[in-house]
Design a protein around this ligand. Structure first.
Ligand code: FAD
Length: 523
């Protein structure tokens, strides 16, 4: 044991010296004894955004929380280096958030993919204890075998538990169950000091709250206890179904009014989202997984005078309505809606296919070479009072006919979010329970003519939308990216003091999460 520790210490010392040296001598696979520390890889230097490519000096493939703890204990006890460390989940960030320029990237998917279940009896909570590098799709597959499933999701499931819990984790179920960070009972975290801490709302609550939505700044999530609910059950060997409905609108206020109506019916509705129909492409590309015969051929106007439409998407699970069938439930709901005449479509799909719907879009985009392109995405939380102005601001900054991708808009309910966590929401100036998330999920294909200059222009426009919406409407970025520490300071606003005090406590040398650019590394 002693020998192993000395071996690790010496190895880490060599690493630190090599990272600090002007003549970096890490050129070949390194033997760092029991720590699986390897030379950098191209994946560790890139992400889904394909905008930034910051190469680390080394990659750690941990086999246990202890490996991560050894690394961080050593670095936090060493005054020699300015080495930084970033946890990397599935690398689906946009702006290099999981990258560590000249530092160390910890590949969370190397941790053994452990998932252990506890099925609660009558009135008890069921949960799963999951490694931080496990992807949500794997948790779904495993939990369905026991008739269970997490309550809160993201649209895309090939993301890690640690990665989404470091942000919030939102989707069409968030209005009902809160974000994923509101559905966690306990975490195991390795802090920036290298301590392994099991924390929960009743034990080391400040670390628990700091890490949820904490952008990887306070510790690395090595294990999470995720709340589960009963999944839709199969009845007589029939696959369980979700009734998935889409309704079209030509008026924004009617669209948002109906969305707010739907989120006011959590006993009937299980999922609510929506998107802007900007052009033919956005109508068809958003329908890959929605197997209905949609007979909606609207007039999109002209380039100088475009017309746009909106689509509400909602879903009802068949298992929870025992006395009425799902058709009747959808009938009751849709009678109260004000969509365009005859423009309501519905399909039945399996519960698994519904949750995994974005995978079909991924496959379709991959098949035509449009998945691995630049993704200058911008996500914003917008107060209800500002949503009409935000729509106008957005439409003033994009041209519908040239837009490739999707613009999501859907309501969330503030009281489903815990303000003790690190997540940043718009200040609640009014008593509005509702706020919106708007996701400008844009693709920029270099092969299709959007190379460096065009990409920079899109990023500049998004920055301008984010800044204007922040100042005028009090909107806040989700999955935020800011160019300077002072811009981050403004982003956090009155929450800055708590956020930076937590950083001082849990990662005083500012080793963790360099890719976010919030705290420059301290000597
Ligand atoms: P990474 O990109 O690898 O890491 C993200 C951040 O978390 C980094 O700062 C990293 O250092 C940190 N981190 C990673 N793992 C850990 C850990 N174990 N402990 C501490 N810090 C860690 N988000 C939503 O909320 N809802 C959606 O519907 C949604 N849909 C998406 C669809 C697609 C196609 C894509 C590409 C992204 C989507 N996202 C969505 C965004 C996604 O939740 C975030 O990008 C998330 O960070 C991705 O998880 P990841 O495992 O890839 O994390």
């Amino acid at each position: 044991m002693e020998v192993a520790m000395v071996c690790i210490r010496v190895s880490l010392l060599i690493l630190v010296l090599s990272l600090c040296s002007p003549y970096k001598f890490i050129q070949s696979p390194m033997d760092f004894g029991p720590l699986n520390l390897l030379p950098t890889t191209t994946s560790a230097a890139s992400d889904f955004g394909r905008i930034l490519f910051h190469s680390p000096a080394a990659v750690l493939k941990p086999q246990s929380s202890r490996d991560i703890s050894l690394l961080l204990s050593f670095l936090s006890g060493s005054s020699l280096s300015k080495v930084t460390v970033a946890a990397r989940g599935a690398g689906h960030s946009i702006h290099g958030q999981a990258q560590a320029l000249d530092g160390i990237v910890v590949e969370m998917c190397s941790l053994p993919a452990e998932i252990e279940f506890y099925k609660g009896g009558d009135g008890e909570i069921s949960y799963a204890d999951v490694s931080g590098g496990v992807m949500w799709i794997d948790l779904l597959e495993q939990s369905l075998k026991l008739g269970l499933a997490p309550r809160s999701w993201t649209d895309y499931l090939y993301l890690t538990v640690g990665g989404t819990l470091s942000n919030a984790g939102i989707s069409g179920q968030t209005f009902k169950h809160g974000p994923q960070i509101s559905n966690v009972l306990q975490l195991e975290v390795v802090t920036g000091r290298g301590e392994i801490v099991t924390c929960s709302p009743s034990k080391d609550a400040d670390l628990f709250n700091a890490v949820l939505g904490g952008l990887g700044q306070f510790g690395i999530i090595t294990r999470a206890r995720i709340m589960l609910q009963e999944a839709p059950q199969k009845v007589f060997c029939l696959a369980t179904t979700v009734k998935w409905v889409r309704a079209f609108y030509d008026d924004f206020s009617t669209f948002t009014k109906d969305q707010e109506l739907l989120v006011s019916m959590p006993d009937l509705v299980d999922y609510v989202e929506g998107f802007i129909v900007l052009n033919e492409q956005s109508l068809h590309s958003s329908s890959v997984a929605f197997p209905a015969n949609v007979n909606f051929n609207p007039d999109f106007g002209t380039k100088n005078s475009p017309k746009i439409y909106y689509c509400i998407e909602f879903a009802v699970h068949d298992y929870q309505h025992t006395s009425t069938n799902v058709e009747q439930v959808v009938e009751v709901i849709s009678r109260q809606m004000s969509h365009m005449v005859s423009q309501l479509y519905s399909v039945e799909v399996s519960y698994f296919d519904f949750l995994n719907r974005v995978r079909m879009e991924e496959m379709s985009l991959r098949s035509i070479g449009l998945w691995e392109v630049h993704h200058p995405w911008l996500n914003m939380f917008v107060p209800k009072t500002g949503i009409n102005d935000f729509r106008d601001l957005l439409m003033g900054n994009i041209s519908p006919d040239g837009f490739e991708g999707l613009i999501l808009i859907y309501p969330l309910l503030r009281d489903k979010w815990d303000t003790n966590t690190s997540v940043v929401l718009p200040d609640s100036g009014s008593m509005d329970r509702v706020m919106y998330v708007v996701g400008i999920l844009r693709s920029a294909n270099p092969e299709g003519g959007c190379s460096h200059h065009c990409l920079q222009e899109l990023l500049r426009r998004h920055r301008s939308i984010a800044d204007t919406a922040g100042v005028r409407l009090g909107a806040k970025q989700y999955l935020a990216h800011h160019p300077t520490p002072s811009a981050w300071h403004r982003h956090f606003g009155r929450r800055w003091e708590r956020f930076s005090e937590r950083k001082t406590r849990f990662d005083p040398l500012r080793i963790l999460g360099p890719g976010q650019g919030i705290f420059p590394r301290r000597d």
